[in-house]
Every structure is written in C-alpha cells, then in structure tokens.
Design a protein around this ligand. Structure first.
Ligand code: F6P
Length: 358
C-alpha cells in the first residue's frame, strides 16, 4: 500500500506528533506492506510531484518537535480549478501526481482552507483521510483542533508575564492574540490568564465600553488592566459596514494592527499609559504541549484505522471525548465561530470580565 502524507496551511504545534501517530500505527499494522511518501510543502508538492519515500526512522524522535518535517505552504482553494487556456489546473496536476505515484490514499493535515481542497480531491476520486490542525480551533466538526492548546499555553504565559510589569507601572496592556476570524484562542487564553477585558471578532467592541471597564477597575484601586484582543477584532461601527466598506476602511487604517488603534482610542478616553504586546507567530512555534501530543497521537491512530478499514472521505475529529470520523463534505467551507452567548463567554461575564461590548 502506498500512502501519501502532507501538511498544509499555517503550521502549528503537533503536526509532527500527528504524522508520527499515523505512521507508527500504519507500520505496526502493515509492516513492510506499506510505504509512506512525504509530500513536500503541502499541496505545492502534490501539484509539482515533489514527494519522497519515507522510512520508520523518519518518524522517530519527532513527537515533541515543532513545525512540520514535511514543510507546508498556503495554496488558496480558489486557485485550484482555474488555469490559463490549455494549461492544467492545480487540481488536474494533483490528480495526475496521485495517479503517477500510485497513491492508494492521502493523509492530509490542515485547517479550513486545506479541508476545502481535501474535499475537492475526495470528490474527484482520491481516497482521503484528514486530521484537524490549527491554533485557531475554528474547524467545524471537531471539539478541538490540535495546536490550539499549545498556542493557548504560550499566549497565557505571555499574559502571565505581562501581569507583573503592568502592575509595577500601573499601565494598561493590550495583548494581541492570533485569530483573524474566530476568537477561541483569545477567549480561552483570556480566561485562563486572568485578563480583564477580552475582545473577539464575534463580539464587536466599543472603545468606550473598554474604557469604562478600565475606569471601573481604577475606581476600586486596580491601577493596571490587561486586555486580550483577537487580531481579527472589529468595532461596533465596523460591524455595521458592508464587506466592501469594511475592506476599504481597513485598507485606509494607518495602524499596524487593530491593537494600536485601540491603544490610541483608550489613551484618549482614559488618560492612562497604554502598551501593546504582540506575540504573533511565537504562538505557533516550539514543542506541542502534552495535551496536544496526546490528541495528535489519538487522531493519528484513528486515521490509520480508517485507512485499514478502507473508510475514506473523512476527517478524524474529537467529539464528546471520542475520536470519530466526520464526512469531509460536512466540514469543508464551514467556520466554527464562538457563539456570542456560549458558556465560556457567560463564564467570563460572570467573573465580571468585560467582553468590550457593554
Ligand atoms: O490559521 C492560523 C493563523 O496562525 C491565524 O491565527 C493567523 O491569523 C494566520 O494563521 C497567520 O497566517 P500567516 O502564518 O500566513 O501569517
């Protein structure tokens, strides 16, 4: 049996742990009857026929290794079926590679964009099994993606360290957490690290409401505040705009990110000293935490089991603490956003935290 594996989209912690889980379980089940091929840089390698045979030792010693041993790239879904006249589309090129290489199936590790293309390959007759990765945790069909818990630990550590310096200087700190479309990472991190205000894309903020939360703390003698802001946060005014208006407004924004704009607004409204900290890609790097290693290994073994059973066209997902297959057609193109009234948001509000909206 020939199995092609690739990691696609933004990297995250646990990709190697998950590859290892799949490989170990396949070698254990099929021994020398399976050959695993590593496809370089995600769909780029599949498009260009860049793959190589791997051996069990390639998967040794990578459980705690950050990044991905296969490399990754972003290949937009919308570019998959378009091509110049007489040129093959990327989809056609990928199908040719699978045929030429004789892959019996593909194991694809990725997030939202990756799953749209994985579904497309599956609809075009390729046997596909996928694993859900992203620090954003915004993939539909799974309670949790891998990478999320490791990134949360890092972002929480950032806010923990900011606490002491914010306290010493009586400053307001804005910590910008990754997540353009979904606020899971900011919400979980904010609660886990004791932030005072949490701003996520799903709950548009008002600078006045954030200032009121800071001033309320000042009135009870708390001279510092920490605001966890998702990089994709939007204001109430922006939430009312059409997509086109919003794009134009953001293109005209002179600040490097939303946090700097908010910092200026808050300086004006509170008169306090404001600082911005952006951990950025630091949140995606380094070793996976133990919880992610465990999740990756469970998902990897479950993916190998689907291959053994010949059950394809599925993503292995965590639901009710069990690993279950979810059809790719149900996952592709769906974003798992934070419901604005979910239990965690209610928990934050019950603690007296501000969500930046009222
Ligand atoms: O999808 C994961 C993610 O880290 C997002 O949180 C972030 O908005 C984006 O990727 C950053 O993308 P890039 O690595 O391409 O800069």
């Amino acid at each position: 049996m020939k199995v092609g594996m690739l990691t696609s989209g933004g990297d995250c912690q646990g990709l190697n742990a998950a590859l290892r889980g799949v490989a170990k379980a396949l070698y254990n089940e099929f021994g020398s009857n399976v050959t695993i091929y590593g496809i370089r840089d995600g769909y780029r390698g599949l498009i260009e026929g860049d793959y190589h045979a791997m051996s069990p030792k390639d998967f040794s010693d990578i459980l705690t290794l950050g990044g991905t041993i296969l490399g990754t790239s972003r290949q937009p879904f919308k570019s998959m079926q378009t091509a110049e006249e007489k040129e093959e589309t990327k989809l056609e090129k990928m199908l040719s590679t699978c045929k030429r290489a004789g892959f019996d199936c593909l194991v694809i590790l990725g997030g939202n964009g990756t799953h749209k293309t994985a579904n497309l390959l599956s609809q075009n007759g390729i046997n596909v099994v996928t694993l859900p990765k992203t620090i954003d945790n915004d993939l539909w069909g799974t309670q949790m993606t891998f990478g999320f818990q490791s990134a949360m630990n890092i972002a929480a550590q950032v806010i923990d360290n900011i606490h002491s310096t914010a306290f010493s200087h009586s400053r307001v700190f804005i910590v910008e957490v990754m997540g353009h479309k979904a606020g899971w990472l900011t919400l979980h991190t904010g609660i886990a690290s004791g932030a005072d205000v949490i701003i996520i894309p799903e709950i548009p903020y008002s600078a006045k409401a954030v200032a009121a939360a800071i001033n309320k703390r000042l009135r009870v003698g708390k001279r510092f505040s920490i605001i966890a802001v998702a990089e994709g946060a939007i204001s109430k005014e922006e939430a009312k705009m059409s997509k086109k208006e919003f794009k134009a407004a953001r293109a005209a924004m002179t600040y490097p990110s939303i946090s700097y704009r908010l910092a200026d607004e808050l300086k004006e409204l509170t008169g306090q000293e404001i600082r911005v900290t952006i951990p950025g890609h630091f949140q995606r790097g380094g070793a996976p935490c133990a919880a992610d290693r465990l999740l990756c290994t469970r998902l990897g073994v479950a993916a190998a089991e689907l291959i053994r059973k010949g059950k394809f066209g599925c993503m292995v997902a965590l639901q009710d603490d069990k690993i279950v297959p979810v059809p790719l057609k149900d996952v592709a193109g769906k974003l798992k956003s934070v419901p604005p009234d979910c239990e965690l948001v209610q928990t934050a509000r019950a603690l007296g935290l501000s969500m930046g909206d009222v």
